[in-house]
Design a protein around this ligand. Structure first.
Ligand code: NAD
Length: 310
C-alpha cells in the first residue's frame, strides 16, 4: 500500500483498506500543549522544569532512548541534568545519587534508564526514587494509586498508548480489549487504565502461559501486543476491523543497513493490508508517544511539587 494512500485513509472513515495510526501527529499536538505548560511553569517559578537522567553503561538501545528523551526535552524547553555513569557503578553509589536528587529542590523528575546492570536491584532503585519525582511511574506508590483508579504518574508507554487511542477516537467503553504481555511497564498498567471507570473497556490480559490466545484476540475490538517477538501477531489472529497497537521494539541484525540492524515490531504490519484494521506502525508508533508521555509526566510532577494544578 502506498504511503499517500495510507495518509488519505488516515482521517477518512473509509474501510476499504487498513488505516495507519501514526504517532507523529499525536506527538505534535501534545508538544504544542507541553510548550505552553513549560512557559507557564517558567513564568510562575522563574526556571524551566528539570529532569535528571541517569544512565549506567553504554548499551546501544538505552543510549538511543536517553538521547531521544534529551532531544524532545530540548525541543520543549525542559532542562536536563545528565548522569552518565560507568556500568560498574555500585548499587549503593546509585542509591546515594538518587537520595541526593530526591533532596534537591531544583530537580523535578528523576529517570533511571532501564534495564540496569545485573548487580543492581531494579526494584530497590525504583522504590528509592521519591514518588513525587517518579516520572516513569514505576514506583509502588504510583502503581498503587493507578490500581486504585486515583490520579498518579502513569508509566509512559501505557499512557502514550491511551493518548493514541484517544487522539484517533477509538471507542473503548464497553469494547473488548486484549493485551498480550503482562509486564509492569506496559501490559499491567495498561490493563488498569483501560478498565478504569470512565474508560470502561473489558480487558483480557494474556501472557506466555495463556492457552489458545486466538480465542481472545479474534474476539477483540482492540489488541495491544507487547511481547518482544518480531512479527508475532498477524491478521489471521484478529478481527477484520480490529484496532491493533504494536508495542514491540526488537533490533534485528540487517547487514543492508548502515547501522547493522533494523527495528521490528511485534505485529506483522503488512499482513493487515486489505483489511479494515487500524494499526500503529513501528517505528513511528508507540515509541514516539512513550517519550512524549515522559515529558507530560515531568511537567505534571513539576507542577504538583509546587502545589499547582498541572
Ligand atoms: P517483558 O519481557 O517484560 O514482557 C513480555 C511479556 O510477553 C510477558 O508478560 C510474557 O508473559 C509475554 N509473552 C512472552 N511470550 C509470549 C507468548 N508466546 N505469548 C503470549 N505472551 C507472551 O517485555 P516488555 O518490557 O513488556 O516489552 C515488550 C516489548 O515491548 C519489547 O519488544 C520491548 O522492547 C517493547 N517496549 C516498547 C516500548 C515502546 O516505547 N514502544 C516500551 C516498552 C517496551
Amino acid at each position: 500500500m502506498k504511503k499517500e494512500l495510507r495518509k488519505t485513509f488516515k482521517n477518512a472513515n473509509l474501510s476499504v483498506d487498513m488505516r495507519v495510526l501514526y504517532a507523529k501527529e499525536v506527538q505534535e499536538s501534545t508538544v504544542v500543549e507541553l510548550k505552553k505548560e513549560v512557559r507557564r511553569f517558567g513564568h510562575l517559578f522563574s526556571r524551566p522544569p528539570l529532569l535528571a537522567l541517569i544512565l549506567l553503561g553504554s548499551d546501544g538501545a538505552s543510549v538511543t532512548y536517553v538521547s531521544n528523551k534529551r532531544k524532545l526535552g530540548d525541543e520543549i524547553g525542559i532542562e536536563h541534568r545528565d548522569f552518565f555513569l560507568p556500568e560498574e557503578t555500585s548499587e549503593s553509589e546509585l542509591l546515594s545519587l538518587i537520595d541526593s536528587l530526591n533532596g534537591d529542590d531544583s530537580v523535578d523528575g528523576i529517570l533511571v534508564q532501564l534495564p540496569l546492570p545485573k548487580h543492581i536491584s531494579e526494584e530497590k532503585v525504583i522504590s528509592r526514587i521519591s514518588h513525587e519525582k517518579d516520572v516513569d511511574g514505576f514506583s509502588p506508590y504510583n502503581m498503587g494509586l493507578l490500581a486504585l483508579g486515583e490520579e498518579a504518574l502513569v508509566p509512559c508507554t501505557a499512557k502514550g498508548i491511551m493518548t493514541i487511542l484517544e487522539y484517533y477516537k477509538v471507542p473503548l467503553s464497553g469494547k473488548s480489549v486484549t493485551i498480550i504481555g503482562r509486564s509492569n511497564i506496559v501490559g499491567r498498567p495498561l490493563s488498569l487504565l483501560l478498565s478504569k471507570k470512565g474508560v470502561d473497556a473489558t480487558v483480557t490480559l494474556c501472557h506466555s502461559k495463556t492457552k489458545d490466545l486466538e480465542r481472545y484476540t479474534k474476539d477483540s475490538d482492540v489488541v495491544i501486543v507487547a511481547v518482544g517477538r518480531p512479527k508475532y501477531f498477524d491478521s489471521s489472529m484478529a478481527k477484520n476491523d480490529a484496532v491493533v497497537i504494536d508495542v514491540g521494539i526488537t533490533r534485528v541484525s540487517d547487514s543492508s543497513r548502515k547501522r547493522g540492524y533494523r527495528i521490528e515490531g511485534d505485529v506483522d504490519f503488512s499482513s493487515f493490508e486489505n483489511t479494515d484494521a487500524m494499526v500503529t506502525p513501528v517505528p513511528g508508533g508507540v515509541g514516539v508517544m512513550t517519550v512524549t508521555s515522559l515529558m507530560e509526566n515531568l511537567l505534571k510532577a513539576a507542577f504538583l511539587r509546587k502545589g499547582v494544578e498541572a
